[in-house]
Design a protein around this ligand. Sequence first.
Ligand code: 48F
Length: 252
Amino acid sequence: MTLDEITISRAIISDYMHTLLEYMEMDVAIVGGGPSGLVCSALIAEKGYKVGLIEKKLSIGGGMWGGGMMFPRIVVQSEAKRLLERFNITHSEFSPGYYTARSIEAVSKLTTAAVDAGVEFFNLTTVEDVMVKGDGRLSGLVINWQPVEATGLHVDPLTIRCRMIVDATGHDAVIAHYVSKKMGKPDIKGEGTMWADNAESAVVTHTKEVFPGLFVCGMAANAVSGGHRMGPVFGGMFLSGESAAVQILQQL
Ligand code: 48F
């Protein structure tokens, strides 16, 4: 065949614009493509709900991509071993209860699971504000291209409507902060020091609806509720994403 550059360009614009228009309204928007957001998105989408994952960076994976201090390995403890198996992530036991996995494989397998479950990805897209109307419920997100934010251009954003929103933005708990600043709640306690054992169980307990329509999972959950940090052990992230999905599915 003879390739035509303009047809290639039209194909890309047409396909993505169609998707963007379709996802102006969705059941669940997950903000942040780290491990907790990926697990959460896959488990909700596999039940047939319309799920969009918004990620400001070019690549998906968040803080899991780089492993620990750029050694591309993660550790997952025994409590979350079943999720390594569920997502077909190769792992081996380092010492009793401590499993190692390749961070790049873990990101890839979770991303594949989300794609296969029907999650639509919106990368290079920043959530820069939230929509709360008269009913006092978080009902939408204000989005913009990430390069607009990065370059400080004064370009107005667009808005999407969602039944539920998940703040999976990691340590910064960005969405919870936006809501807190404008609505006076949730109360954000801030993240504690490194304490892996405490942090890993707390992150699951802290995974909850913190404002009508807004769930927090992953490090965002600990940042909101005053939990500790844990470094490159990821079982809590997987279990937190799963817990958020279970709670949201109960409400949908
Ligand atoms: O930080 P991140 O991986 O979140 P997580 O699922 O996992 C935390 C771990 O990676 C690690 C840890 C556990 O061992 O402590 O840090 O809680 O991924 C968060 C993603 O959210 C994106 C960000 O680029 C990252 O990929 N993000 C942050 N702010 C925004 C955003 C925003 N305003 N709009 C869209 N995406």
